[in-house]
Design a protein around this ligand. Structure first.
Ligand SMILES: [Fe+2]
Length: 295
């Protein structure tokens, strides 16, 4: 199976900061200025009907490692993965030969319609079987490993018989897929669902974790006095709690490609590049802790 793209050997993100999401408002500036970041991550769906942006993307891919993060491949939909959509995304993957390919543990299609959300599902052996079949289908279609990202959680299911880390470990064991650990999602899900974020990270199969994400979220009143819900928005800077949890994740999993996600209220490129540098400093502290524990 294909293990990564043409820039694999140059992807050493903990030495050069964290990657950032390549969003349309920045793409011409990225091509013009080549900012100092180790890689860019794209949503392939952004480029499917945008030939001009795709031309610019090819220029970016000539200079940087690129990671592909799908938002429309729905491995959690009981009716199956949309083969036509896989074929469309495959064209982008073939064009840029990404270093990483990832998507979500969620479903976002129903009866042939795309729902503009990543919807949760219960964690049990029935859903593990459905997802495993779909993950295998995705990995076969792309000819490379697929990284699955943990969702941001707001509700639980009575039908769940496994914790989220147990469920993810089950998918890894059944399919050989890898994991994309969104540290901010772990942080906000722990707050919303009342579990311990560090114990969650410790329960993941460490060798399967191949990428980390960090993004902003917003507190929202959930209707109960004195209680707030943290909502995944990718619309603000990374908060102190997720930075601290990120250091812990690096201490557990080592130096991994890390992405700063920003999809709303997108600031100037220099702000994101500065946040990438901040990530490097936190990762360095996590690595020092890892080495101190190993020594
Ligand atoms: Fe994420």
């Amino acid at each position: 199976m294909h293990q990564g793209g043409r820039h694999m050997t140059s992807l050493q993100p903990q030495q050069a900061g964290a990657g950032i999401g390549l969003r349309l408002p920045h793409i011409a500036e990225v091509v013009a200025t080549s900012p100092p970041v180790p890689f860019f991550e794209i949503h392939p769906e952004t480029f499917l009907a945008n030939p001009h942006a795709t031309e610019l993307l090819l220029e970016v891919a000539d200079r940087y490692p690129v990671s592909v993060h799908t938002v429309g491949v729905s491995v959690g939909s009981a009716e199956g993965v949309d083969a036509a959509h896989l074929a469309r995304v495959r064209k982008i993957v073939d064009l840029i030969d990404p270093v990483l390919l990832s998507g979500h543990v969620a479903w976002s299609t129903h009866a042939g319609e795309y729902l503009n959300d990543l919807l949760p599902l219960p964690y049990n052996s029935v859903t593990a079987g459905i997802l495993s079949d779909h993950i295998q289908q995705v990995q076969d279609a792309f000819g490379r490993p697929y990284l699955l990202e943990n969702p941001s959680s707001y509700i639980g299911f009575g039908a769940s018989t496994m914790t989220e880390p147990e469920f993810l470990a089950e998918l890894v064991a059944r399919t050989g897929c890898r994991l994309l650990c969104d540290v901010s999602n772990v942080y906000l899900s722990a707050h919303n669902m009342g579990f311990d974020a560090r114990r969650y990270l410790e329960a993941l199969p460490p060798d399967a974790v191949a990428e980390l994400h960090l993004g902003g979220f917003e507190p929202e009143d959930d209707g109960e006095p004195g209680r707030t819900l943290l909502v995944d928005t990718h619309g603000s800077a990374i908060a102190a709690g997720p930075w601290e949890l990120y250091e812990y994740a690096v201490s557990l999993f080592g130096a991994l490609p890390t992405l700063i996600e920003r999809d709303n209220d997108i600031p100037g490129l220099t702000t994101l590049v500065a946040e990438s540098r901040t990530a490097r400093a936190h990762a360095q502290r996590g690595l020092e802790h890892r080495h101190a524990c190993a020594g």
